[in-house]
Design a protein around this ligand. Structure first.
Ligand code: FAD
Ligand code: SIN
Length: 531
């Protein structure tokens, strides 16, 4: 199959880009792929909302920029922060023009929420299901374009580069070029070759590397792993953000999120003894940036020997809570928690990957003809810790940048030739799924136990040894077995685990989301770890 433009991922980054490209190049074909169904994305589960400077009377670009830089703990790229914050409101207006609706107050003004690390109320939201509303509006808008083709249940296995034409490609090859992808059609079980002139990688995050995560099962780091295999540049993978307040519900995965907006509206964290503890850790108390709140909770759980702390919402009026957080209210009710009377048990869960595929200010990766946007990308916005609700904003701004980057000139090339079909020689159907499911559990256990909120050199070394073993076993299985999403996701998650541990080992300091008790201080050297 041949397509002018290929988009990997149907979340906010991929769909925003596809719509813009369809408008800009009406005579080009745009193919968008998703590994399951179109709306099963991290985007759909976003709760709190989109940050943006909206109320000029109280807020300013300078304040949003400063908050982002403070949360990022020294590693944000200031020019990128400025660009995203200043272009943000325009992109928000655009998604509103697609039909996305945000909550308003009784005067008809947007009702702005507050989350950790924000000095002002600036989060536009749709109840506690902002992502669902945005994904709905985006897919609805995308359906209007006849030159966009959506392929669902299409699992991308690998990027095609010169390596597949028989050339030696290494990290130092200067002109690694993306010619398209190999993808498994999970309905027919056939691997297809899809050639493209421009490819956008918008494959989302990797929360599934951890046992406890807010991310849905699609978030398996496939994008980062395939770029790493293609010898592209990956950066800052050690900065995995743990959301402080996932609902504590043993055995339930993914974890249900209790949005930070609940703390923005007055929710208070309490320890086992019922004491509000955040003031011991930070002057901003419950609304400190996420890295600080998650570490404080981790510390309180260790002191008390519990697996959770409490979020107290009993001082809210029930009407107010139900109005802003109807889904959370119902979810709590369904497990016997009446938020007006009971504290909500919460614990941190892996939530967001601040690092990823390294891009420049135009969304270009180190691989020619390959752009990246959304959670898969490391643009320089988040530094060592993402400010809440900056992710949806970043995805929209960079989808726009990526579209600006593409010109008619990019299509004046021929599709690549001389590419072999996917080679299945010597492989057989998988005989024992347990080999895959058990290895996945082991990986998630290792990552949660040794590469979580608090790290040490010994834990990282242990994690690396065990990941090496899982890698060796899984590669043998991969060579002998017909590809399946389960096997490929395991392989990708092992690669992501390796990159997180490697990044953590290189970063001999504690900064933002990376906290290593063997190096409790920040280093004077501001550096990104590029692998
Ligand atoms: P996604 O929306 O995750 O989309 C990824 C796409 O890639 C999917 O279509 C998937 O099928 C596809 N894909 C992946 N691998 C393959 C493959 N191998 N082959 C084919 N397709 C593939 N951020 C905020 O700013 N505000 C919030 O309020 C907020 N709340 C959140 C709440 C939750 C519970 C979670 C999990 C995240 C939240 N985030 C929030 C983060 C934010 O939602 C995500 O970072 C963002 O939506 C990512 O968008 P994306 O387009 O990059 O990827
Ligand atoms: C939340 O609603 O707490 C999540 C916001 C985010 O991840 O930015």
């Amino acid at each position: 199959m041949k397509t002018d433009v290929l988009v990997i991922g149907s979340g906010i980054a991929g769909v925003s880009f596809a719509i813009k490209m369809a408008k800009k190049f009406p005579d080009k074909t745009i193919t968008i792929l998703t590994k399951t169904v179109a709306d099963e994305t991290n985007t759909k589960y976003a709760q709190g909302g989109v940050a943006g400077v909206w109320d000029a009377a109280t807020d300013s670009f300078e304040k949003h920029i400063e908050d982002t830089l403070v949360a990022g703990d020294g590693l944000c790229n200031t020019a990128i922060v400025k660009m995203v914050v200043e272009e943000g409101p325009e992109r928000i207006r655009e998604i509103i023009s697609y039909g996305a609706s945000f909550d308003t107050d009784t005067d008809g003004n947007y009702s702005l929420g507050k989350e950790g690390g924000h000095s002002e109320s600036r989060i536009l939201h749709h109840k506690d299901v902002t992502g669902k509303e945005l994904e709905r509006a985006l897919l609805h808008e995308m359906a209007k374009y006849a030159n966009i083709h959506l392929l669902h249940h299409c699992f991308v296995l690998d990027l095609i580069t010169q390596h597949h034409q028989g050339y030696l490609v290494t990290k130092s090859t200067p002109d690694i070029t993306c010619f398209g992808i190999y993808a498994l059609n999970t309905h027919t079980n056939k691997v297809e070759t899809i050639l493209s002139k421009i490819t956008l990688l918008a494959a989302g995050g990797c929360g599934q590397a951890y046992r406890t995560t807010t991310n849905p099962t699609i978030a398996t780091g496939d994008g980062v792993a395939m770029v790493y295999r293609a010898k592209g540049r990956i950066e800052n993978m050690e900065f995995i953000q743990f959301h402080p307040t996932a609902l504590y519900e043993p055995g339930v995965s993914p974890s249900f999120l209790i949005t930070e907006a609940v703390r923005g509206d007055g929710g208070i964290l309490r320890n086992k003894a019922g004491e509000a503890f955040m003031e011991k850790y930070d002057a901003r108390k419950d609304l400190a940036p996420r890295d600080i709140v998650a570490r404080a909770i981790d510390s309180e759980m260790k002191i008390a020997g519990t697996e959770f702390v409490y979020l107290d919402c009993t001082l809210f009026s029930v009407e107010k809570f139900v109005h802003h957080f109807p889904t959370i209210y119902e979810k709590c009710k369904s497990i016997g928690i009446d938020v007006s009377k009971h504290y909500i048990p919460v614990a941190p869960a892996a939530h967001y990957s601040c690092g990823g595929v390294k891009t420049n200010e135009n969304g270009q990766t180190s691989i020619l003809h390959l752009l990246a946007a959304g959670e898969v990308a490391s643009t320089g916005l988040h530094g060592a810790n993402r400010l809440a609700s900056n992710s949806l904003l970043e995805a929209m701004v960079f989808a726009h940048k990526c579209c600006d980057t593409v010109s008619e000139q990019d299509f004046v090339i021929d599709f690549a030739t001389g590419l072999p079909d996917w080679d299945t020689a010597g492989t057989t159907d998988p005989k024992e799924m347990i080999l895959i499911t058990q290895s996945l559990k082991e990986l998630q256990q290792i990552m949660s136990d040794y590469v979580g909120i608090v790290r040490t050199d010994v834990r990282l070394e242990r994690a690396m040894k065990r990941i090496d073993l899982l890698h060796a076993e899984t590669e043998l299985l991969y060579q002998a077995t017909k590809v399946s999403p389960q096997l490929c996701e395991l392989r990708n998650l092992i690669t992501v685990g390796y990159l997180i541990v490697k990044g953590a080992q290189f970063r001999q300091e504690s900064r933002g989301l990376h906290y290593n008790t063997d190096y409790p201080q920040k280093s004077n050297l501001l550096q990104n770890i590029i692998l």
